[in-house]
Each structure stands twice: as C-alpha cells, then as structure tokens.
Design a binder for this molecule. Structure first.
Ligand code: FEO
Length: 387
C-alpha cells in the first residue's frame, strides 16, 4: 500500500497476513500492519522500517514513494524488530542516510545488528529536540516504556501529525476493516497494560500538542474523532473501568466448574446485569480474557483444584493479570475440588498480591459437581457482586 497521509507524508507500511502469532504469543486472525511513513521535504525522512519478514514489500513501497529521491534520515522510534527489522539493509543501501533515535535506542542498535557499523551514522535526540526537514520541523518526545525504554514519538507541527509509535496501535491488517476498539484494547492491555503510568505521561505530552492526525506503528491512521481514541487510551492507562458488566473466567477440567460459572452468569442475568461475559480459559484466547478483565469493574474467577494448587489455565490467567498490573477491581472466587479444594486459597493469594483488589465474599466451594445445595451460596455471591 502506498498512499498519502498529507501532501508530503506518505504511508509506506505493509500488512502481514501470514504471521501465525504476533510476538510469538498473540493470535492475529486478521493479520497486523507494520506502519512506516515517508516525509518528503527539502530533506527526506523515513519514519521507522518494518519487520524483516516483509522487507521486500516495504522496500518496493519506499522506492516508489521516494520517486528518485534519497532518504536523508531514518527516524527510529522503537527498536523492537517488528519496526526496526529493516534498518540494516536500508543503511547499507543509503550510506549517507543518518539514523535519528533516542540515546537508548542508539545504544541498543548493535545488540540487534552486529554486522552494521553505526559509527558516524547516528544522531541521538532527547526530549524536545527538533530536526528541520525544510517546511517540516520534527519535534521529538521521549515515551519510555510505551512499550520499550528507548521509545520516542515524533510531532510534526506543520501537518499536525503525531507519529505515536506503538501507542494507538491495534491488531488487524489495514486491508481488513473492523471496529477499532476491540482489537486496539486487546493490543493495549496485553502489550502496554503494565505501563499505564508511562502511557499517562505520554498522554499529557500529547494534550499539549495540536494534533490532527495520529500515525501509529500498527493499525489505521486516525484522523477523525480523535477525542474518542484519546479518551479510551486515557481510560485504559488510568486502569479505569470502561464498561459496565461482569466477566466470569473459568478453568474447568471435566465441565463441573464450567457449569457453575454458567449458572452464576444465569443468576446475574436474572438479577438484571446486562453484560455478563464468560470465558473458558482452557480454550478461549488468553489475550482476550485479559482484555475483558480490564474492561469491566467486576471479575469472577472459577477454577478446579489441581496438584494441591489451581488448574494451570487459571494460574496462567492470574499470572497474566499480575504481569499487566491488574488493579482497582472487585473479584469473586469460586473453587472446585473433589477431595481437598486448594484452588480458592491459591487464587486468593495471587489476587492479594495485586494492587487494590477487593475480594468479594463469600468464596464459593463446589465439591465435584454443582448441587442444589450449592445454589444459596451462588445466590449470596451474586448478591454481593451486585452490592
Ligand atoms: Fe510494535 Fe513494541 O512493537
């Protein structure tokens, strides 16, 4: 794809529709885009490269957009290989081109590209530094931990464009039209979720700029209704609740715990909760379960006991939440055990290590299969979740 963002900024990124797992862990049923841009002015700047997997396609786009010009600068906002993968080859092709990046990124470059000689090729920039291309005057703002420490974003006041690195990115190739929020939320919480505080710092910097177009490193270029996207990013990075509702995540071995989880969902719906969602942690997408947990204010975890611990898919889920700084939520617990239930104690312990988690009592214990005698306890838990 090669299209104009503005008269002088061109999109030269590529879609990746045949990658099995993004970052070797996230399913991407609709692919992903590696965005890259070219600014044509008295000087020419390439804004990031792409994953080496798609280098050839990107290179074709670059040459077409250059239309015979030569790039003076390659601005590297993020060293992760899905964006910096094309650096070495393009440096070799254009030996006069300088690399503009944060000092931390410059430090990282030889770690990824032993074969490159960076001597005299790099310009390390810091907060507020500018680079004039002619009519365009690029201004750099550091965005450490959004989502690596070397990240910076770039503002072009001429066209009111912010090149936002991974911020405002989403899963899904540009060739695939879909709702923005769903895959942007799954991307955000799984990739940047731990870094709410640094994202908030970046949001404050963005608030001081006059931005008309957001050019992220993944997903669509945003040029309308920016308050909507910025508002969601603000909510997410504050760890605020985005939607009403209750999310029930279960890890069930033989279906007994699954039946309890679905029964609780039924009770909650009968009590008027409009949005109750249920996930099977053994089979559903873990990244989506993480996203769903952050989206609402109330979570219920239901799991079988296993090896004097908790059934591993639940341990994995809670570990994911812990890593992503899950916080400020209410959580109900349901455990199952046929002889010595241990799941509840383990889940409670893991939840108690997270920040500002309120355990909603009573914890419900099921023995093997839900029985009529278990219903009052489930009713009590449902009432407490609604309180
Ligand atoms: Fe899209 Fe953090 O790389």
């Amino acid at each position: 794809m090669n299209k104009n963002i503005t008269e002088t900024i061109k999109y030269i990124g590529v879609d990746d529709l045949d990658l099995d797992l993004f970052e070797s862990q996230y399913i991407i049923p609709n692919g992903i885009s590696y965005n890259s841009y070219l600014i044509i002015d008295e000087k020419v700047a390439v804004m990031d490269t792409v994953d080496a997997r798609k280098y050839d396609e990107w290179h074709t786009n670059l040459l077409a957009a250059l239309d015979g010009r030569t790039p003076d600068y390659l601005v590297v906002q993020h060293m992760e290989p899905d964006h910096a993968g094309g650096m070495a080859a393009i440096m070799e092709e254009f030996p006069a081109m300088k690399i503009v990046a944060s000092a931390r990124a410059v430090q990282m470059m030889p770690q990824f590209f032993e074969e490159c000689d960076f001597e005299g090729r790099t310009i390390a920039v810091k907060e507020g530094d500018t680079l004039s291309l002619g009519a365009h005057n690029l201004q750099f703002a550091m965005a450490p931990m959004v989502h690596w420490p070397e990240v910076m974003v770039t503002y072009d006041a001429t066209d009111k464009v912010i090149f936002s690195a991974d911020a405002f990115g989403k899963f899904g190739a540009l060739s695939h039209e879909e709702d923005w929020a769903c895959e942007a939320r799954r991307y955000y919480f799984n990739i940047c979720g731990k870094y709410g505080v640094p994202v908030q710092s970046l949001m404050k910097k963005l608030a001081a700029l006059d931005v008309a177009i957001i050019c992220p490193l993944h997903g669509p270029i945003l040029s309308e209704n920016l308050e909507y996207y910025i508002g969601l990013y603000d909510t997410w990075s504050r760890y605020d609740v985005e939607s009403e509702g209750i999310f029930i995540a279960y890890a069930s071995i033989h279906g007994g715990t699954a039946a309890v989880a679905h029964k609780l969902a039924e009770i909650l719906r009968e009590k008027g909760v409009k949005r109750v969602s249920v996930a099977d942690l053994s089979r559903d997408d873990m990244a989506e379960a993480v996203e769903d947990a952050f989206r609402v204010g109330t979570l219920v975890v239901a799991a079988a006991s296993y090896d004097s611990d908790v059934f591993p898919p639940m341990r994995d889920f809670l570990h994911h939440l812990q890593m992503k700084s899950y916080q400020r939520r209410r959580v109900g617990i349901i455990e199952n055990g046929s002889w010595a239930p241990t799941a509840g104690r383990i889940m409670r312990g893991m939840l108690e290590q997270m920040k500002d988690i309120e355990i909603v009592e009573p914890m419900v214990t099921i023995r093997s299969r839900m029985k009529r005698s278990d219903l009052p306890a489930l009713e009590s838990l449902a009432e407490a979740l609604l309180a």
